[in-house]
Design a protein around this ligand. Sequence first.
Ligand code: SF4
Ligand code: SF4
Length: 285
Amino acid sequence: MFQLSAIELQQLARRVKDDIDSACVKIYTEDHRSHLGASIIGDECGRKIWYVFRWAKFQIFEGRMLRLFNRGHREEEKCIQYLKAIGFTVWTVDENTGEQFRIHGAQGHYGGSADSVGLTPFKELDNKPILLEFKTHNRGSFSHLIKNGLILGKPQHYAQMCSYGAKFGFSYGMYYAVGKDDDDIYIEFVFLDPRHADDLSRKAEGIIYSQTAPPKISLQSSYYECKFCAMNGICHFHEPMEKNCRSCRNARPVDNAEWFCDRWQNIIPKDFIPTGCDQYYQIGE
Ligand code: SF4
Ligand code: SF4
């Protein structure tokens, strides 16, 4: 009977892992987002958000990271199951439209979808619906959250929640965090500040309609936020942006989530935006 060597068996195992990683890149890799998402508007660096919105660089992740992100999406189903088990009513879509709870702004260039809406069994909340936000965290992020609370520990997530709260008229939200390392959970109820939502909405409009890059958060490329920023090379070292209409200085966002080209004096067809033309000129600082 033929028997494979230990090395050959290891090579097969390695091949399975590598093939799954490649398959995950194909399955989960998405294109640039067409709109500026409420999920990133709370980021400390407006310049980074602007680069993302202007399609300056598409961040490519390896298979492991993409599985990790997907784990976050899948976790939501479990969280809802547990909430229902303790008496919550949970909606993942708007019963009136049959669609996700979405927000829109800045002529369709700003938006996002809330995770869920819930009704708690607690009389203190006056039988009013609240926003539900589910997030998974690694060990460091989970400890940081517990120590500092949502507003200080994860301001980006709180910003996202306030934006949805203002749109749907919810005063409160419940943040449901899951620690991926040990399945511990952390729950926090927060007031969704409508003034914060207004500020964020203004911030989004400022970024969307800016034809130049907002200021850097730091002039040092080694600054903590910059060190881990995918835009570091473009921002600090003048690396070229990806060529497409959105990173061209002739393009500007207009109504109905469309883009107008000042060079050709026309709305740019959606399928043309990723390519651009030979009159491309990279948008400036
Ligand atoms: S490198 Fe720093 S300053 Fe530049 S976009 Fe990223 S976080 Fe902002
Ligand atoms: S000049 Fe060309 S690349 Fe630039 S926005 Fe117009 S069509 Fe796009």
